[in-house]
Write a new protein. Structure first.
Length: 177
């Protein structure tokens, strides 16, 4: 892995940042501790995409991360219980860097979930940007949220946070899954 980074040395980086993503990169925090310094040596910014449930692992590398995109999973989308307590602990650490939160929601998502999530974010800092992403109907997903649901969820989140955006899942619309 570091051999790959060594090959990049001396090359001008045409990208804004290097994204560490999918699955969950913080499951590999020991690898990240080796990889990130090598990437930083060449002047790369580090963009971490994470589910925001491992605050203790984030704390191990927070000083090396430039941008954090934290997914907050709603119970209606996962079938699991909410993880707001873990998300809040994570945000307390992540707030030290440039960051935002993303919530994917579907037709089955409830207004109370958006209310609780936006309040949890605001309890750390009401200026943390929130991106609401309506799920795109592909594969097993038959229906996206209704237009009035999208508007309502935006309004609910805006009551608690100063920066709320609705952005579609463009990658899915383009067939890049």
């Amino acid at each position: 892995m570091c051999g790959f980074v060594d090959k990049l040395k001396g090359q001008k980086d045409p990208h804004h940042s290097i994204s560490l993503t999918g699955g969950e990169p913080l499951l590999q925090v020991d690898v990240l501790k080796i990889l990130i310094p090598k990437l930083k040596e060449r002047g790369s910014k580090i963009y971490l995409e994470t589910n925001g449930t491992m605050p203790e692992r984030l704390a191990e590398i927070i000083g090396q991360i430039d941008i954090i995109a934290m997914d907050l999973k709603l119970p209606s989308m996962t079938g699991a219980s909410d993880m707001l307590a873990e998300h809040k602990k994570f945000l307390e650490i992540a707030i030290a860097q440039d960051m935002f939160v993303k919530i994917v929601f579907g037709r089955e998502s409830k207004p109370v979930e958006i209310e609780n999530a936006s309040k949890a974010i605001a309890s750390i800092d009401k200026d943390i940007p929130l991106v609401l992403q309506p799920v795109t109907p592909v594969r097993d997903i038959k229906h996206g949220p209704l237009p009035e649901q999208i508007v309502a969820f935006h309004s609910i989140a805006k009551r608690n946070l100063t920066s709320v955006r609705v952005i579609p899942q463009v990658h899915k619309m383009l067939g890049i899954l």
